[in-house]
Ligand binder design. Structure first.
Ligand code: HSE
Length: 432
């Protein structure tokens, strides 16, 4: 049987999962692909740590560039992460015409144009299924299964850490800081959690999805990003009373020749499918103009799910190389007549607001006047009986309003003497 040599750069958690998966399913993969996938080299800066997987020590090296250059390595698997060394190695492999498999969403989001172009110019495969949604084959769905559609909308829960935190806050009525600390102790959240909880990891994945779906270059600066840091469990509770659940949502939506690309916590109806996605799970809802709504669900992170996606890409790259059809499906296909990015001020959504109002006559009226002056219509109002000094929480839901008008109204409202603390606000995503 023909052999295809694999070189793995980065022997961390995912790298070890890939090695284990390739060993475990060597025969299965050989049956499916007609090829024997053989690990020729594994590069890492630390060769001593026990990864819980047995490898021939002669495969291990600290010289990643030599792995890329090794003539017996046909497919390069980049699992180093980061945007510097990883990019250099990736470009080096592509320049040699070697297919590259990566899980590196930060690199694709920040330097996508450069690496996609390098893959195209060299006619080499660049495969990145593991970059979004862990084991969920969402990139393949967009590139292959849905290629007969114009994509109208993608909404996703793309960060397991945030979804785990929000789920526990809701189910156990715990404060954000306590859940984050416990998640860190249990290994569900990083010691430095900013990338996850400030929404950047989700934004990286959103950029990758948006560029695939719309065939245009999308930059991190095109994404409106808000994370979940410091979310108050009070809002989770009030949202639930109103029939909503708070999720960190990625939204990519096409409308009238523009796309909005945003990442933020949002109230979604408890009855919606995405509201049932709990804990570390991810889900992506994709709407195509021909197919309608489609939903993809699974484990969005971790050793095995990510390894599953990487191994699927290795198998594809090996098949393409063996059959002489590299770059059969390009990493990025630029389309004509692509939508422009909608300015933040023009993005229209409904809003949830929690105001801290002095319990005095005429307060609702003053707030309603300001909202009305900015063309914002109130859908419902609930005054909670909980008191914090002289102030009461008042929850308002609005009809759809532009972000610019809403922000201006909020500035005026928060400047009122009778408002005790800055108003908390979340977008509402009704999926209508
Ligand atoms: N840290 C991410 C998550 C996984 O929590 O979903 C890697 O993107």
């Amino acid at each position: 049987m023909k052999e295809v040599g694999i070189g793995i750069l980065g022997f961390g958690t995912v790298g070890a999962g890939v090695v284990e998966g390739l060993q475990k399913h060597s025969d299965l993969l050989a049956e499916r692909t007609g090829l024997r996938l053989v690990i020729r080299k594994i590069a890492d800066i630390d060769l001593d740590r026990d990864r819980g997987v047995a490898v021939d020590p002669s495969l291990l090296t600290t010289d990643a560039a030599a792995v890329v250059d090794d003539p017996s390595v046909d497919v390069v698997v980049e699992l180093i992460g980061g945007t510097h060394v990883a990019k250099e190695l990736m470009l080096r492999a592509l320049a040699l015409g070697k297919p590259v498999v990566t899980a590196n969403k930060a690199l694709l989001a920040e330097c996508g144009d450069e690496v996609y172009a390098a893959a195209g110019q060299n006619g080499a495969d660049l495969l990145f299924e593991a970059s979004v949604g862990g084991g969920i084959p969402i990139i393949r769905a967009l590139r292959e299964g849905l290629s007969g559609n114009r994509i109208l909308q993608i909404c996703g829960i793309l960060n397991g850490t945030c979804n785990y935190i929000l789920t526990r806050m809701e189910h156990e009525r715990l404060p954000f800081d306590q859940v984050l600390a416990e998640a860190q102790q249990a290994g569900y959240a990083e010691a430095e959690p900013a990338l996850d909880i400030d929404g950047l990891d989700t934004a990286h994945k959103t950029v990758v999805l948006a560029s695939q779906a719309f065939g245009r270059s999308v930059q991190m600066s095109d994404v409106q990003v808000e994370g979940i840091r410091g979310i108050d469990s009070l809002d989770i509770e009030y949202a639930a009373e109103l029939g909503y659940r708070i999720k960190l949502l990625a939204v990519i939506k096409e409308d009238a020749g523009e796309i909005e690309v945003r990442v933020h916590p949002a109230l979604i109806p408890c009855s919606h499918m995405l509201a049932s996605v709990s804990g570390v799970f991810n889900a992506v809802l994709v709407t195509g103009d021909v197919v309608g709504e489609t939903l993809y669900y699974g484990r969005g992170a971790g050793r095995e799910p990510t390894a599953s996606a990487v191994i699927g890409d290795i198998a594809d790259a090996a098949r393409n190389r063996a059959s002489g059809t590299p770059n059969r499906i390009p990493a990025f296909v630029a389309l004509k007549d692509v939508p422009t990015i909608r300015a933040a001020d023009k993005i229209r959504t409904r809003y949830y607001m929690r105001l801290s109002l002095k319990d005095a006559p005429g307060m609702f009226g003053r707030v309603a006047n300001i909202l009305g002056h900015h063309g914002i219509s109130i859908a419902s109002v609930v005054q909670k009986e909980v008191r914090s000094g002289a102030y009461v929480p008042v929850v308002m839901l609005t009809h759809a309003a532009g972000e610019g008008a809403f922000r201006a109204a909020l500035n005026e409202i928060d400047a009122l003497d009778e408002v005790g603390a800055p108003t908390v606000r979340f977008r509402i995503e009704d999926f209508e």
